[in-house]
Design a protein around this ligand. Structure first.
Ligand SMILES: [Zn+2]
Length: 254
């Protein structure tokens, strides 16, 4: 376990308020003189271990096996971590700008050959990527021009330079900035005219997606946001960051 969690695990720093004045209670819990919370360090340590497995992208099922915990408990914690990540992403979000690539992709679906737009039992995901920067993703119920352009309008600065493929929904994108449409068949990937950035993100996200076998479709949004978070913070020490996010947005322990 990294240094980031040691202060909390050993009861030197309050998990809830960050105060350093914790007292030990006779029932093995600790008591914080500042926020006046009482809690079990044992439970906290287990939660931090679960968070560590989450950080390592170990599935909830495998984490439960390894730590000898109930699967439901671990699944609930994982879900709480993802919800905390979503809140954190909302808080840190700034509109994308500069050279921006937009693209849709499909996640899930069991049968091989279910590829491309409109494929049965797949979830459409929309992504916008700032070159050499961040990505923004969301699940979408359809890939109509109205839906996609609305996400672009809400999440990018006006006057950005857009790159997309020649899918018809992007036809009117020029109203928000310069628009370069790239034909898949012609000169794909040449010079600046490419969408390799967002396609790289799709590969990154899907590779991770496959590790979590059998994701329920209703949870796709939070998985996709988790991938966005991991991608946008891929050059940072992620475990200490996850500890801070959990403390801020999902501090409660089961
Ligand atoms: Zn406290």
């Amino acid at each position: 376990m990294t240094v980031g969690s040691a202060m909390y695990e050993h009861g030197r720093k309050c998990w809830f308020c960050g105060n350093y004045g914790l007292s030990r209670l006779s029932d093995k819990r600790v008591w914080c003189g500042k926020c006046r919370r009482k809690y079990s360090l044992h439970k906290l340590r287990i939660n931090l271990k679960v968070l560590y497995y989450f950080y390592l992208e170990v599935s909830a099922r495998k984490c439960a096996r390894e730590l000898n915990l109930d699967y439901e408990t671990v699944a609930k914690r994982y879900s709480a971590f993802r919800n905390a990540i979503i809140k954190f992403l909302e808080q840190e979000f700034k509109k994308l700008h500069g050279r921006v690539e937009a693209d849709e992709s499909y996640f899930g679906g069991k049968r091989k050959g279910d590829r491309g737009r409109g494929a049965f039992n797949k979830q459409a995901v929309f992504g916008i990527l700032e070159r050499k920067g961040r990505v923004y993703t969301t699940t979408v119920s359809n890939v109509s021009a109205a839906t996609l352009l609305n996400h672009i309008k809400k999440n990018t600065r006006k006057g950005s330079v857009f790159y997309t493929d020649d899918f018809k929904s992007y036809k009117d994108l020029k109203q928000y900035g310069k628009h370069n449409r790239i034909k898949h068949s012609k000169a794909f990937g040449k010079g600046r005219n490419h969408i390799n950035g967002i396609e790289g993100f799709w590969s990154y996200a899907k590779e991770r997606f496959h590790k979590y076998h059998g994701i329920n479709k209703k949870n796709y949004f939070s998985y996709v946001k988790e991938m966005e978070f991991r991608f946008n913070h891929r050059n940072k020490p992620l475990y200490p960051l996850l500890i801070n996010i959990t403390r801020q947005f999902a501090p409660k322990m089961p």
